[in-house]
Design a protein around this ligand. Structure first.
Ligand SMILES: Nc1ncnc2c1ncn2[C@@H]1O[C@H](COP(=O)(O)OP(=O)(O)OP(=O)(O)O)[C@@H](O)[C@H]1O
Length: 341
């Protein structure tokens, strides 16, 4: 493994009662890098994100490898690790910013107490020092009058402030990796932008890498270095944000991009009407044969319906899992403008 890799995921598979919902994902995250996991609902983004913390739901079977570097030391394998080993990593090495801020905070303890407890759970500092770090963390995420607000309960915070407090919680122990699972879904557009900015600032401040789960390619353009596009539990395309957004090579990525408002796509791509990808993603129990996207793909041919594409390395170094990537036009949104909307 390359020495500059912080997190290495290989052939990750997650199944419920024998039905795979994440079907062999491989990717690396380097220190300080922002990797976005993108795809429609049900693609397996949240499950993948949770596997990075050893937090898959009860009843899930995980296979493959998720290895996290332990400072300069060896890598820790999270798949199959005993709960105490996972607990020792969480918060300290890798931390979660969940979708729903309310569920991440206990309603019965003041926010500052919860942050201080998080500090004391991974360091041996005094109560006073933990308290000081908690207040500093709240202050750092832009919570006004942090000393007083530390004594308040989560329900006394506004939605945006609560999300900031959760980011403070995730970053208070300066983890190497932060996993943020759609941290803005419950917020309006202005608050979303604020929260993503705070997350970016905190990531910079503590020097952490970030895995950001989102269904929103506009967020990717603004906040990610690299992108992994997922469909039906598999990788569709993986590369730098610039590579994928400026010239998608997988028809699915092109479809996601085509449905973005004009100002967010490459200049020539957003004209006429906003197309959407026709149809819906398959459920894990009813996957089509061949490429899972074939029934919705304007470029699908017989081979796509019978043979599942493996990731291939394209001319610019990105990985793309599509038999016809070389036939994807530029601008690629053309593909979907032909479809009935
Ligand atoms: N606890 C569970 N039991 C059974 N199936 C599950 C469970 N959690 C998730 N799944 C299934 O795994 C698949 C992927 O779910 P996941 O939540 O990872 O998708 P996602 O891409 O994050 O979607 P969303 O954006 O809606 O959160 C879905 O088809 C879902 O039904």
């Amino acid at each position: 493994m390359e020495s500059d890799v912080l997190l290495s995921v290989r052939e990750l598979r997650i199944a419920f009662e024998g039905v795979e919902t994440v079907r062999g994902l491989s990717f690396d995250v380097r220190p300080r890098e922002v990797l976005a996991l993108v795809g429609e609902s049900g693609a397996g983004k949240s499950l993948t994100a949770r596997a990075l913390l050893g937090m898959v739901p009860r009843g899930a079977t995980t296979r493959g490898s998720v290895r996290l570097r332990h400072g300069p030391g060896p890598y820790a394998e999270l798949v199959g690790a005993p709960p105490p080993a996972l607990a020792a990593l969480r918060g300290r090495r890798v931390a979660l910013v969940p979708q729903d801020a309310l569920s991440a905070l206990s309603p019965v303890h003041p926010v500052g107490d919860q942050l201080a407890a998080a500090v004391r759970s991974v360091t041996g500092v005094s109560r006073k020092e933990a308290r000081a770090r908690a207040v500093a963390a709240l202050d750092r995420v832009g919570i006004p009058d942090a000393v007083r607000k530390a004594r308040a309960y989560p329900h006394e915070y506004s939605g945006g402030m609560r999300q900031r407090a959760v980011i403070a919680m995730a970053t208070v122990n300066e983890p190497d990796l932060v996993v943020a699972d759609e941290p803005t879904t419950a917020l309006d557009a202005e608050l979303q932008e604020q929260v993503l900015r705070v997350l970016a600032e905190q990531r910079e401040a503590v020097g952490a890498a970030l895995v950001l789960v989102t269904h929103d390619l506009a967020v990717v353009r603004e906040h990610a270095d690299r992108v992994l596009v997922m469909y039906a539990g598999r990788q569709v395309e993986q590369g730098t944000a610039a590579q994928l957004l400026d010239r998608p090579r997988a028809p699915y990525t092109a479809g996601l991009l085509a449905s973005l408002p004009r100002e967010l796509t490459a200049p020539r791509e957003g004209r006429r009407r906003l197309p959407t990808i026709p149809g819906t993603p398959p459920t894990p129990t009813a996957l089509p044969s061949g490429c899972a996207f074939a029934p919705r793909c304007p470029l699908a041919e017989d081979r796509c319906r019978s043979e599942e594409p493996r990731p291939q390395v394209a001319d610019d170094g990105r990985e793309v899992s599509c038999h016809r990537w070389d036939d994807v036009p530029y601008p690629a949104a053309e593909l979907f403008l032909e479809q009935p909307v």
